[in-house]
Write a protein that binds this ligand. Sequence first.
Ligand code: ATP
Ligand code: MG
Length: 559
Amino acid sequence: MSDIKKEEEKGLNFIEEIIEADLAAGKYNSIITRFPPEPNGYLHIGHASSICLNFGLTLKYPGYTNLRFDDTNPVTEDTEYVESIKEDIKWLGFTWKNELYASDYFDNLYAFAIKLINKGLAYVDDSTSEAIAAMKGTTTQPGVNSPYRDRSVEENLDLFARMKAGEFADGSRTLRAKIDMAHPNMIMRDPVLYRIKHAHHHRTGDAWCIYPMYDFAHGQSDSIEEVTHSLCTMEFVPHRELYDWCIEKLEIYPSHQYEFARRNLNYTVTSKRKLLQLVNEKHVTGWDDPRMPTISGLRRRGYTPFSIRDFCDRIGIAKRENMIDVSLLEFCVREDLNKSALRRMVVFDPLKVILTNYPEGQEEMLQSEDNPEAETVIHRDIPFSRELYIEREDFMEVPPKKFFRLAPGQMVRLKSAYIIRCDEVVKDEKGIITELHCSYIPESKSGSDTSGINVKGTLHWVSAKHAVSAEVRLYDRLFKVEDPSSEEGDFKSYINPDSLQVIDHVYAEPALLKSKFDERYQFLRKGYFCLDKDTSEEKLVFNRTVTLKDAWAKEQKKG
Ligand code: ATP
Ligand code: MG
């Protein structure tokens, strides 16, 4: 059997294959990975994929994973983002070994720059960014050397020290690597290593007014931490050459960069910059709006950490970018919630039912399973009385064939209660149905049914007198098109105007008064729900995490 065949049978992804080969060759005894977010926004589902990959590898192989904030851009970064990122990773269930900041390496990076200058491999350029761009050349034409390229080491050291000392204005000078202006890889044409930015940094304050570029911070940070396998997304493929060049010239620990494809989810955007626009322009209520593809939005929506990890596992990693169908994410959460969600009955659009043969003033407590899928079955009490609510759509005066719900003369079972028959339809002067007069079959009580009657339909219901009020928020996709970023014009013009539907007064069984934030609920026939943080003493607010079945798949088939 060939080696390739063996690897396939083990189900390894290409990064795992590299690591197993490295471990087998004795290149490393253990590995170090890192998750390197830039704290310029909240993490989204694409980041979850990178988190599961990096942390997953060191759960599988000996070694550990660092959390490193790539905080070299003072302008867009914020401690609010740092805190949210830590919270999200912990919530997903991962633990980092060290909490690190690229900004902690500013002294090291500065020393690295001096080393390059001393080796004649970096120079201070007085050209504007426009001039630098103009001298860069194209993919088919070589660039032009900067007139400042051949400054002496002494002059470069002096100017670089004065850049650091704050003598020069933003944009007036840069430090560039001296590589080759005719290099076939455009990134290797004397890349900028440092720029001047008189800006306050969320950690280093005003200590620095020069900041390293990504290419002169990322690989060096990896090296300082002795990261063995530095995993990033495909757009960094052309940067790998510079990553290796810096390590070689600086003679520092040889970390290696490997690239995998970004994961994108359809009907949404996964770019912090775009998500920030949605927040700032108030298209959503915040980063944790339950319609957002952020980890905090998914959490508020009711997603479980397991469901997100499961999703990331199922999509795996690849070398080619692709669009993942959001229905897979929904499938993962349904699978998980089906096992854990507590079953509850909630009527959204009530129609009153009066059981004419149930004694007035009488009440009884019925029992229903909290969750039939759970290993240990627990029951909850549900009050039953003469006046009930059922869902208005569960009744039809003139039903089509195979309508197994309630209709004149027809019988249904009320979940965990009795079989009832509709005897009379009561309407107001406009002809709108106001209530149904029904009779119940006393011998048909769930669990001790001796009626011998077979009915096809089972409805959810609540006792009118005992019903508690709640608000429910139902969500649809945030965008009307699969890939708003690739459409013409502003991605925000594709926002789905109906992505949020609020029903401010539903009728819930009283058990929901004791709802907890860490519990999940299945509102029978309505979907999976969780308590929202907007819940107050006065009002229960629930988010629908997902419907019970994939309504979209059905719609599409119909269409
Ligand atoms: P964004 O464009 O949303 O700002 P980013 O790549 O700039 O994303 P970083 O904070 O730099 O965000 O990302 C941290 C890590 O997560 C990086 O290693 C990055 O490659 C990875 N990552 C970001 N987005 C995705 C994605 N959609 N799929 C997989 N990995 C991702
Ligand atoms: Mg980035």
